[in-house]
Ligand binder design. Structure first.
Ligand SMILES: *[C@@H]1O[C@H](CO)[C@@H](O)[C@H](O)[C@H]1NC(C)=O
Ligand SMILES: *[C@@H]1O[C@H](CO)[C@@H](O)[C@H](O)[C@H]1NC(C)=O
Ligand SMILES: *[C@@H]1O[C@H](CO)[C@@H](O)[C@H](O)[C@H]1NC(C)=O
Ligand SMILES: *[C@@H]1O[C@H](CO)[C@@H](O)[C@H](O)[C@H]1NC(C)=O
Ligand SMILES: *[C@@H]1O[C@H](CO)[C@@H](O)[C@H](O)[C@H]1NC(C)=O
Ligand SMILES: CC(=O)N[C@H]1CO[C@H](CO)[C@@H](O)[C@@H]1O
Length: 802
């Protein structure tokens, strides 16, 4: 044996011996089984490309503190393989680093490989080149598709194996997902649907990861793949596992509904969310619940799908910036603790249920050794329930969790956790003309365009998703004898800007609900030749539905209508094309590219469509999240030091009259201390002088707890307490309001009630001032004399953190 060979053999021996031994993860009809133990697992979705590696440790620490056991993420194929065969696992796309971070913090990982993921992510995660594979039919029993899907899934599984990330290898991944909500579209594929499902399951299982696979929303998921539920109320809607040998898993319990441009946010109250989770555990014996999303984050660059804003699930337990969203995070944390306290009866007890009224149920889990857990479910209004010889008062639409089937440890409708108020605070104004430079994007005319084609080109296959923009330009000969003429344009893209001889004459857009842009306006043509330049814009490519490979976009029909019904159809004429914008080609948003542009003074360039703006700004001190407030801008995209922080569309207001989004997150890792290059492309017209650099903070916290509340099992204390904690290294610097008695209202609006202890403020100030966190017991003895004997009192405290 040569020396080299000896070294290699020795090295291999060290690697095998030193390897952390793992165990296969299995399951039975009750739960996932890890290391031989059934587990109740709370999981939260955090998507690595929607935050930065610098944010991951803190996001995961807060998830862990919030009572989560698992971090769930999709795998984003088009982020990893933007060009066929060229893989990228760097920076925000460093999947292995993300999973290792979870493992380092003692969290498991649920890996949803897909590779179709929807996720309001462009093209549902599919790389755009996949569309050009000859003969391909996405998500069907189709050889070219299956070839590429298997290849990518194998790349990911092998990468995980090489990094020893499966639990079976000692790593954190305890479950993986193949496909995603396929049943929604299965019928569109006829008999190729079911055979594709069977193929996907057996392909995945064949990769031998040593941990189970699941399919969500796939009632007939083939054994041994587990069918999991997605939705708002799996406690009511889930038909259950398709085998008694499989556990009840909830892959997506939406923490709010994703927002779309032009619609108001659809938040979900913490009490509704807690009800849904408790209901699933009680009624469907759920043992795995994943919050979609636990942290939504930011759709950087052009990663959002059609009409999806840049901010994603801001009102999840962790907000877009990674701050704790109150009181949702705290309320769920207490719920998790209450459920886990009963894990023994839940996972190994026998189950009985009975009706306690028309809309009231009891669900009881009891072990042989006599340990017992009960869930009293009230679907109706406020109710007084008799259960095992005791009386329980339940608020409307709530579930009480009873430890030992006696003591209430949690009620989903009673929020003891603190509330908080988040605000954005301007730190830099960019309101001076001389701070800005402008560069006007040229409107192409028929003379300059290089690409010429007969008829209207389909937009996505022309731009290949490299740009949102495609110019269609045509020359049109108008005679005054034709009188007033109207231009009609039908589009399957999202926005259309109409220019006549280089000047804007109209802008229209469609919407997420399926409305397509249709332009129909009289046009002030001049005598003779006119250039009609139509800028067709995509706001993300679609991410859902069957046959994504066949989707089309761009202009469909263009005609000019005159008086007396005279009509000229230009649809099939010769058109001139420009793919993308001049500024995009120059990479004008990078330091190097911006030097090549001939920038002008700002004056004369505000409120003009298709204008690039640039300035520089210094990074705000401290560690608070940084945002740009784009209040008076229209629509476009923003780059910081060459990195896109996403599209913006402030001018698309919601029914309540608010911009869909006006604050745009700049991760601190995108910034250098001074002189950051900020470049915006404004499509519609806006005034950059109104832009401010702001920081986000939770400046006020508030709690209201009644003396009759049962203290949360998260804490050791047996007394009810108001607990306050500042985030972001802040301290409580003042007590704005404190009343022990019968205060009315909540954190945004409060007042003294008829009963009030005069000692309230002094007691709270003594416990809290100068502290990062404090807790004040809600008991009369702490406040001296009883201000109103015989009446149930509560303590409401509003404090400022700075
Ligand atoms: C299983 O238990 C061993 C020993 O306690 C531990 O090192 C390992 O991390 C556990 N594995 C999992 C997946 O929890
Ligand atoms: C009890 O459970 C059974 C089986 O899961 C179900 O059919 C029935 O509706 C439940 N009854 C109540 C009162 O929850
Ligand atoms: C309920 O009370 C009755 C009468 O006091 C008693 O016989 C019974 O054992 C009690 N049941 C339970 C479950 O405590
Ligand atoms: C435009 O139309 C007028 C009248 O129809 C015609 O005389 C003229 O030659 C046309 N011009 C071009 C450039 O086609
Ligand atoms: C706070 O109380 C006010 C007045 O009663 C009410 O309008 C508001 O909706 C409440 N806010 C919350 C968050 O409960
Ligand atoms: C997609 C999906 O499952 N949506 C469901 C979410 O939950 C609500 C409430 O139960 C249902 O109405 C939706 O159909």
């Amino acid at each position: 044996m040569g020396l080299m060979k000896v070294v290699v053999v020795a090295l291999m021996w060290v690697m095998v011996a030193g390897r952390v031994r793992g165990e296969e993860v299995t399951y039975d009809g009750r739960a996932l089984i890890i290391n031989g133990t059934r587990r109740i697992l709370f999981s939260g979705s955090i998507h690595y490309p929607r935050s930065t590696p610098q944010m991951w440790p803190s996001l995961m620490a807060k998830a862990k503190q919030g009572g989560l056991d698992v971090i769930q993420t999709y795998v984003f194929w088009n982020a990893h393989e933007p060009e066929q065969g060229q893989y990228n696992f760097k920076g925000r796309f460093d999947l292995a680093r993300f999973i290792k971070e979870a493992g380092a913090q003692g969290l498991y990982v649920s890996l949803r490989i897909g590779p179709f993921i929807n996720s309001e992510w462009k093209y549902g995660g599919f790389p755009f080149w996949l569309r050009d594979v000859p003969g391909i039919v996405f998500r069907s029993d189709n050889e070219p598709f299956k070839f590429h899907m298997e290849k990518f899934v194998t790349v990911i599984v092998n990468l995980m194996k090489a990094e020893r990330l499966f639990a079976s290898q000692g790593g954190p991944i305890i479950i993986s997902q193949i496909e995603n909500e396929y049943q929604n579209v299965e019928a569109a594929f006829g008999e190729k649907g079911p055979s594709y499902v069977r193929w996907a399951a057996s392909m995945a299982v064949g990769l031998q990861t040593g941990v189970p696979w699941m399919m969500c929303k796939q009632d007939d998921a083939p054994d041994p793949v587990i069918n999991a539920c997605n939705g708002l109320r799996c406690g009511q809607t889930f038909a259950g596992p398709n085998s008694p040998k499989k556990p009840s898993l909830w892959a997506e319990n939406w923490t709010s509904r994703y927002q779309v441009y032009g619609e108001d946010p659809r938040p979900r109250s913490p009490t509704d969310l807690a009800f849904a989770v408790a209901s699933f555990v009680a009624r469907k014996h759920g043992s795995f619940v994943n919050y979609y999303m636990y942290h939504g984050g930011t759709n950087f660059g052009k990663s959002a799908s059609s009409y999806i804003p840049t901010s994603y699930y801001d009102q999840a337990p962790l907000d877009e910036y990674g701050l704790i969203w109150l009181p949702t995070w705290g309320h769920l944390r207490e719920l998790h603790a209450a459920i886990k306290q009963s894990r023994k009866p839940l996972l190994s007890g026998t189950y009985t249920n009975y009706s306690l009224g028309h809309l009231q149920e009891a669900h009881v889990f009891r072990t042989n050794s006599g340990r017992c857990a009960a869930f009293l479910v009230n679907f109706g209004s406020k109710a007084r329930l008799q259960f095992l010889n005791a009386t329980y008062n339940l608020p409307a639409q709530s579930i009480s969790i009873l430890q030992d089937c006696k003591k209430v440890t949690f009620n989903t409708a009673k929020v003891n956790a603190q509330y908080g108020e988040r605000s954005a605070n301007p730190v830099q104004y960019l309101n001076q003309n001389q701070q800005w430079r402008a560069f006007a994007e040229e409107v192409p005319s028929t003379k300059q365009n290089s690409l010429v084609a007969e008829g209207l080109l389909e937009q996505m296959s022309t731009t290949k998703d490299v740009t949102d923009y495609l110019w269609y330009t045509i020359s049109y000969n108008h005679s005054q004898n034709d009188g007033q003429q109207t231009l009609h344009v039908d589009s399957l893209a999202h926005v259309l800007h109409v220019f006549l001889n280089g000047e804007i004459v109209g802008t229209i857009h469609g919407s997420h609900n399926g409305a397509k842009p249709v332009f129909e306006n009289p046009i002030p043509f001049r005598e003779g030749q006119n250039d009609i330049s139509l800028l067709s814009v995509m706001v993300g490519i679609p991410s859902s539905g069957a046959h994504l490979e066949k989707r089309i976009a761009g202009l469909r029909h263009v005609r000019v209508q005159g008086m007396q019904n005279s009509m000229q159809d230009l649809t099939y004429n010769q058109w001139h094309y420009q793919v993308g914008l001049v500024g995009e080609k120059m990479l004008i948003y990078t330091r190097k590219g911006s030097k090549q542009a001939r920038w002008k003074h700002l004056l004369g360039y505000t409120n003009k469509p298709l204008t690039w703006y640039k300035t520089r700004f210094d990074t705000p001190q401290g560690t608070d999240p940084v945002v740009l407030n784009l209040r008076n801008m229209g629509k476009g995209e923003v780059w910081i030091n060459g990195q896109s922080i996403g599209r913006y569309w402030v001018s698309f207001t919601t029914p309540s009259g608010q911009p869909s989004q006006s604050l745009y997150h700049i991760p601190r890792s995108f910034l250098k201390p001074t002189s950051n290059l900020l470049v915006l492309l404004e499509e519609m017209g806006g005034d950059p002088r109104s832009i401010t650099v702001e920081t986000i903070s939770v400046g006020r916290v508030c709690g209201k707890v009644s003396e009759s509340h049962h203290p949360s099992v998260v804490y050791k204390s047996k007394k009810p307490r108001v607990r306050l904690e500042c985030q972001q290294r802040r301290k409580i610097t003042s007590i704005e309001f404190a009343s022990f008695g019968t205060p009315v209202g909540n954190c945004s609006s409060y007042a003294l009630g008829s009963c009030h202890s005069v000692a309230s403020k002094a007691v709270v100030e003594k416990a809290c001032l100068g502290m990062k966190k404090c807790s004040v017991p809600v008991i009369t003895s702490r406040f001296g004399d009883d201000p109103c004997p015989g009446i149930t009192k509560s303590l409401l405290v509003v404090a400022n953190c700075s």
